[in-house]
Design a protein around this ligand. Structure first.
Ligand code: PHE
Length: 340
């Protein structure tokens, strides 16, 4: 019996060495250790042994069973490890590979300046309103007191959509729209696109942007206009910026002025950018609302007065960032836009 047991052990271990999967191992386990397995059969025949032999054989049989069970466990572990390795190889994830960085866009410099302007005025208590890019000849010219022979009405200067509709040449028709709403007092700004029949050069584009400002109340004076403009120029460009008012003419304001600010490049010292003058020209046009305009909108100029100004946002953006050519703002070259 001893030989039988040792032989069985050897055979089982040899078979286990050759098996390659869990199914094989299970077959071997049943073959040797199962209820009808070979080891069990040998144990069953122990009855025929002598009293002295029996414990010895019993011990040996248990040892054989333990050895086989251990080997099964070891081989199972080995197979599992191999499978894991195989899986790891087939689904490699390289955790050192750099991720994909999503391209995040940014606001166009013009829009940044427009929003900054709006928020400066909002902080000063103004309403921000918006209106259509196509407006009536009435709002764009007639009610703004433009004489019928004013050159800006010419078809060579203005894009007419029909006889009485134009691509607005300025944001000033927003003055008319807001005043005709009839709510007083008024403190509003309005930004948007404007259009003129201009050839493109370094400082002109047929489509550009303006911001309109209108204040109408009792007792509004030229001093208020000067002070507001001064205050917001300092807020926008810095407190060492100076303003200069030059007399000008607009049909819808009286008196009227154009405003220059200190040259951004030299802060007023005089440099090639400002041709030695120290001033950056024509930031905005302004004036006291003409009594005819107030009357056109049903407001009594004996009781109410107001001021207005209109400013080129493109110009402000160029001054603020030192951009020499307006085309850069509309070419959408990402290398340029990325700088803001
Ligand atoms: N609308 C004028 C322009 O486009 C600017 C302006 C606005 C002037 C309001 C005075 C008052 O040049």
């Amino acid at each position: 019996m001893k030989e039988q047991l040792l032989k069985l052990k050897e055979e089982a271990l040899n078979q286990l060495k050759e098996c390659s999967g869990n199914a094989d191992i299970e077959k071997i386990r049943v073959q040797y250790l199962g209820k009808k397995g070979e080891l069990t059969l040998i144990l069953r025949s122990m009855g025929s042994l002598s009293e002295e032999e029996r414990p010895e054989m019993g011990k040996l049989a248990n040892e054989v069973r333990a050895v086989i069970e251990e080997e099964i466990k070891a081989i199972k572990e080995e197979i599992t490890a191999k499978e894991n390795q195989k899986n790891a190889k087939s689904e490699i994830i390289d955790i050192t590979m750099p991720g994909r960085i999503p391209e995040i866009g940014r606001r166009h410099p013009l829009i940044q300046v427009k929003e900054e302007l709006e928020s400066v005025f909002m902080r000063m208590g103004y309403d921000v309103v918006s209106g259509p890019e196509i407006d009536t000849v009435g709002n764009n010219f007639d009610d703004l007191n433009a004489p019928y022979d004013h050159p800006s009405r010419d078809r060579s200067d203005t894009f007419y959509v029909s006889d009485d509709l134009v691509l607005r040449t300025q944001t000033s028709p927003m003055q008319i729209r807001v005043m005709k709403e009839g709510k007083l007092p008024i403190r509003m700004v309005s930004t948007g696109r404007t259009f003129r029949f201009d050839d493109v050069d370094d400082t002109h584009s047929p489509m550009f942007h303006q911001m309109e400002c209108l204040v109408v109340d009792k007792g509004v004076t030229l001093a208020n206009l000067k002070d507001s403009i001064d205050q917001f120029v300092k807020e926008l460009f810095g407190s060492n910026m100076k303003t200069r008012f030059r007399p000008h003419n607009f049909p819808f304001t009286e008196p009227s002025a154009e405003v220059d600010v200190s040259c951004h490049a030299c802060m007023g010292e005089g440099c090639p950018t400002c041709h030695g003058t120290g001033w950056s020209m024509e930031l905005l046009g302004c004036g006291m609302v003409h009594p005819n305009v107030l009357r056109n909108c049903g407001i009594d100029p004996e009781i109410y007065s107001g001021y207005a100004f209109g400013m080129g946002i493109d110009r402000v953006t160029m001054v603020k960032y030192g951009i020499p050519n307006i085309r850069l703002l509309f070419e959408n070259d990402v290398r340029f836009l990325k700088q803001f």
